[in-house]
Design a protein. Sequence first.
Length: 594
Amino acid sequence: MKTILLRHYALCAVITSVIAALCSSRAFAGGDKEKQRELKLRHHETPEGNYVPIDRKSMPTSPAYRYTSHGFFAVQANVDSLGMNIVGDAANEPSIAVDPTNPNRIAINWRQFNTNQNSFRQAGYGYTTDGGVTWTFPGVIEPGIFRSDPVFESDSEGTFYYNSLSSSTGEFVCTVFKSTDGGATWDGGTYAQGGDKQWMAIDKTGSMGEGHIYSNWTSYFSVCDPGFFTRSTDEGTSYEDCVVIPDNPYWGTLDTGPEGELYVIGTGFPDLVIAKSTSARDSAQVVSWDFTTTLDLDGEITGNLGYDSPNPDGLLGQAWIAIDRSDSSTRGYVYALGSVERYSNSDPLDVMFARSTDGGLTWSSPVRVNDDATNMAWQWFGTMAVAPDGRIDVIWLDTRDDPGGLNSSLYYSFSTDAGVKWSQNERLSDAFDPHLGWPQQDKMGDYFDMVSDENGAHISWAGTFNGEQDVYYGHISLLTDVGEPEADVPSVFSLEQNYPNPFNPRTAISFSVPHSGTRSRPDGSRVGQLSALSQTSLIIYDLLGREVATLVEGIQEAGYKRVEWDATGVPSGVYFYRLTGAGYSQTKKLVLLR
């Protein structure tokens, strides 16, 4: 019961004694009825505020936040036509979809608040065709309609699906909208049953379940009670009658295994619940469940912890499940992760991980992903994805850089051995105050989202760098060795592949300029003495060797660098870029494709 009991009691002391009594016990001694009452108290997706139509062109603007570090860049997605931040609106709770046939086509959806002066929210979205370098924010789906809990997914052919929750008559209903042009335009939507805190997964395994769409939500707020799970086997044209998932998992996600088997994870207070179905992939069968089992992450998913927490009226993250679909020896492994309040220590929140090697039946002991040295920091909004080669990527928000405070930075870690070892945590962003910019709703939503591929991870996240809540796209492209701390500055020159590639019309190139000193190679040999300042050039050439653009020329300080090439006005074709400096020279190819 630990700290959440005290936090809930303090929060509820300012409201009626009846509600206070509900909040002061999360053990739910009264059984399911008390659990349902507590969940309703935590429920915040009912329409709030009034719709305020606003001409975004008339709103003031400010420079949008962009951030670049070694192996990572972030760019704001909810921007105007000139790429500027729109002052006075708000956006949070983002989800992301990447076109597997063209990774340059990415879309993010979010809860859009036209003004941060009230909490009326709509289905916002943005898209990019250049791998996330620039973003277009057309507006919202169905202006004036209350929508929340946005969830994004793509199928194997690159069709995007936008699952959105709405409520106008006391019932919570989900609509799934469909886009065949990378999120630029959307159809009129399809009724998809639904309820609060829904999630969605689409089978992309090539199995008999290929293209099936699965969705579940919190049973206590279901439009089709007692059921709270649905399936579409016809590419979203219709959604089936609801079924029950045993043991009632909620606040979690879904994923499919290599043969199209379906896994669902959710909290069940206190332990997590995992359900598996092998019948869901067969459109001729009614969905049934092979088994459910519980998983102890040495803590529990939690939320609504009040103003002493980073996200006072929201979840601190949801439960994540992801399946290894690689061709390696770990194919079929099942991974679970969540930001949990620990049982075994007083840490307010840790990112905890466990794995199953037998299809979800049994689970390993939990492992902590965050490597901070104290038990004082919040690691919240833990989010996980698995790359096609089996690499596990995890991001979260972390307060370790603000001891005793709540200012949060985005952090990252990964594992290449099925979660046995984790890389040294990398801080990806500046810190921000999560208590800024609330649109009369004291939270930043309930989750982030990410999609991993062989080249890194695409992430959708939120921050308050502009003094208000905004949504960001990030791409993690450079990975360190597991367990090896990365030096503050590089010891050798290096040149990375540009991203995106192919591109139109902008792409980014990362490289490093070394610092003086020596460093051991993995074979034990030493890297020679290098100058802290180096004459460096980075030049673009065409196929005939003619210089097209000079991106860097002159003395460069040691460090990790990133430059962008805007090829507007340059013909389509194959080009080369060459980095030279202090006896080093390397050339790579890039493709401009209009």
